[in-house]
Ligand binder design. Sequence first.
Ligand code: SAM
Ligand code: SF4
Length: 355
Amino acid sequence: MSTAARLPLPRARHGCGRSEEEPAQTGTNCLVDTYGRVHDDLRISVTDRCNFRCVYCLDEEAEFLPRGELLTYDEIVRIASVARRMGVRTVRLTGGEPLQRRGIVELVERLAALGFSDLAMTTNGVGFARLAGALGRAGLRRVNISCDSLRPERFACIRRRGQMGPVLEAMDAAEAAGLEPVKVNVVLMAGVNDDEIEDFAAFARTTKRIVRFIEFMPLDAQSLWDRSRVLLADDMVALLSREICPLEDIPDPDPRAPATEYRFSDGIGRVGFIASVSHPFCLNCNRLRLTSDGMLRYCLFAIEEADVKTLLRNGASDAEIEKVIRGNVHEKWLGHEINSAKFVPPPRPMYSIGG
Ligand code: SAM
Ligand code: SF4
């Protein structure tokens, strides 16, 4: 039952970490770091702008990037196509709020045409209901929708803007568009919404949506993070097992997935835990991140970044872009240091990195 047991050491993989249905590429082009981890997942932040101001992410005074600083869609597609040739097979669009960027359906369509085996999005859900069908037709395969409270007043308090109704509608629309299973991201904070863990578990059991509890990370814009506010995954697993029904670990076909998923032993409902603080999954990390202003980051918590935008705007060739991507992966550390005295929070908060 322990999540620690789910943290295998990095393994050498054949080819470029491709799935079975996607024939493994041979050759030396795939993205392997100095610890042998193959990088085949790219998170693309399309904007730092957001219509919410979630307390664990943004602050009221945040100033967003001027439009000219954002990568254009042509630039995003160019970088993605180079990454695709380097073995990246899955892409997730995020932000800020990705639906705040105009023309997002067109971007999904262009990325889908590059042949990624998975194309997903993380969204706060506002406006998603209207776009779900078009996004699905454009090639989006899956969606994670964030929702930190099932109580309308508290929802508004945590998000500081907006209402819960459209977010629940977004989940229905995603299912109607075939973007299933819908995953619901929940950041629980002690003293704020931790009393809703059982309600969320009940929600997962009645709706068949996979609720994923994310440990609060020190990436908020107001430096509110404190270890005492973090609900630990092990404690959540124990509580739900005791109060609702025992949880059984679901062996994940991809051991590099950040969430550890469980099913209730009566067969009704699934939940997941992203234990970035208590059980960092760095040893299996396969991710690279591209910020909306064109910086490549090998880790959510990275301090250094590689500037791909300037390179592109100076007329770089694909080979030069490839070199920068490879260089960034080469610099990747073994893991973040949240749990050590050496930890330095990154200069960008979550909304500006792309979670
Ligand atoms: N705006 C979209 C949304 O909220 O889903 C996408 C971007 S948001 C940065 C991506 C995910 O990061 C969300 O699920 C959000 O709950 C999570 N997140 C933001 N700040 C966090 C923090 N400090 N700790 C843990 N998760 C956080
Ligand atoms: Fe916006 Fe998402 Fe951050 Fe909330 S978590 S402020 S919705 S970017």
